[in-house]
Design a protein around this ligand. Structure first.
Ligand SMILES: NC(=O)NCCC[C@H](N)C(=O)O
Length: 419
């Protein structure tokens, strides 16, 4: 095996060196209209189409960087019998299904990894289970292809998220096991679950955590990340030397397309960001707050006149590109389909959905070349020929899961940016 990767991410846009993906499997279909909402979906995905679309994202990323697949990483660590027992025990205890522990332990490492992700069917071997409306003893991890959310590389460490919804909790447990045991990574993890004073109200998800610069984090505070979750991360920042800034952007709890900050704001290159204007540029009641941490202490907490101005005050003057273009009508529609959710594989080197035409037009106007993923995969286009581009993936099915290119990628390592 090659030398382990030391996770390090100091910006949203540095050249990507390694990323964790999860190709959607049967778990995304294993739901009914009755429980799609509980699965945090607005619709049931068509798996073959979703996979085709996902393979465009994966195909491009495999060309430009090192990629890992969650299921393979998980299966590999489950070869260790002790870890297998402790992980199964942890999951069964957390999900209150210790009765299936022995069945799970009887599976080989690959089958166990599959079942932990795709779900374990409920055995109808008692009156209670026979009468139960549940189909699963362990529910499928419908949302795991949004690898962004359950863990986050924050500078030199990996934070394991504390998910806001039960249906996503197992994702974090799996990522915790991977980062602590996979031979592919050498890192330390920050896990709110291991901190004695972290309470019920503490939650924080990767979609809300943006690393703007080596001294600036931008964190969304809304349905998925609580103030307590941000305080947990602020505590960790206190351990670092020098001055750190955390800009907190409050978010509305509805509609569901505003669940994470990266659905309304992403960084594109050194000078540009993508914004959903009604949330990021216009006046509203959702506060922007700046926390300043100086050598281990929070020295100041102040209200700011909006996210862009807060960044400007710290020397990051970003030109906002409007998701959906200039008309509110298009902005609303394209934001809903993850039109603001871009993933940077390098500064000015982006991936996003092809369907959001007005957003792409706004990027094209400022010099971004729009390139289809298939052209990259078939070698019809060489990305090195362009300084700024958006590689587009088809997005009919994937956005119905509730996220875009940033949500589907968990960067483990990026090169540092020369500002
Ligand atoms: N970073 C993101 O915005 N991730 C998308 C998560 C969508 C998923 N259905 C969820 O509700 O958690």
């Amino acid at each position: 095996m090659s030398t382990p990767i030391i996770p390090r991410v100091t910006s949203e846009i540095g050249d990507l060196e390694a990323v964790i993906l999860h190709t959607p499997g049967p778990e995304v279909e294993n739901m009914t209209p009755g429980n799609a909402e509980r699965a945090l979906y607005s619709d049931i995905l068509n798996l073959p189409v979703a996979r085709e679309e996902y393979n465009q994202l994966k195909g491009v990323l495999e060309k430009v960087t090192k990629t890992f697949q969650v299921k393979e990483l998980l299966a590999e660590i489950l070869i260790d019998p002790e870890l297998k027992v402790s992980l199964v025990e942890r999951i069964c205890t957390q999900e209150k299904v210790l009765n299936i522990k022995e069945d799970l332990l009887a599976l080989n490492h690959k089958e166990l990894a599959t079942q932990l992700i795709e779900g374990v069917a409920l055995k109808r071997d008692s009156l209670t289970t026979y009468l139960s409306d549940e189909r699963y003893a362990l529910r499928p991890l419908h949302n795991f292809f949004f690898t962004r959310d359950a863990s986050v590389t924050v500078y030199n460490e990996v934070m394991i998220s504390k998910m806001a919804n039960k249906v996503r909790e197992r994702e974090s447990i799996i990522m915790d096991a991977i980062f602590n045991h996979s031979p592919h990574f050498k890192t330390s993890t920050l896990n709110p679950m291991n901190t004695w004073h972290v309470g019920e109200e503490t939650f924080i998800e990767g979609g809300d955590v943006l690393i703007a610069r080596d001294d600036i984090l931008i964190i969304g505070n809304g349905a998925r990340t609580s103030s307590q979750g941000i305080d947990f991360l602020a505590e960790q920042m206190k351990k670092q030397k020098g001055r750190k800034h955390i800009i907190v952007q409050q978010l509305p709890r509805s509609p569901e397309s505003f669940i994470h900050l990266d659905m309304v704001f992403t960084l594109l290159d050194r000078e540009t960001c993508m914004v959903y204007e009604p949330m990021i540029k216009h006046e509203h009641t959702y506060a922007t707050i700046l926390m300043t941490i100086d050598n281990g202490k929070v020295t100041k907490i102040t209200r700011q006149p909006g996210l862009l101005k807060a960044l400007g005050n710290l020397g990051m003057n970003l030109k906002p590109v409007p998701c959906g273009g200039t008309e509110l009508w298009h902005q609303e529609r394209e934001q809903w389909h993850s039109g603001a959710n871009f993933f940077a594989i390098g500064p000015g080197k982006l991936m996003g959905y092809a369907r959001n035409g007005h957003t792409l037009e706004a990027l094209s106007k400022i010099g971004y070349k729009i390139i289809k993923a298939s052209e990259v995969i078939n070698n019809a286009v060489n990305l090195d020929d362009y300084e700024k581009y958006v590689v587009t993936i088809e997005g009919s099915e994937l956005p119905r899961g509730g996220g875009g290119a940033r949500c589907m990628t968990m960067p483990v390592r990026r090169k540092n940016i020369k500002w």
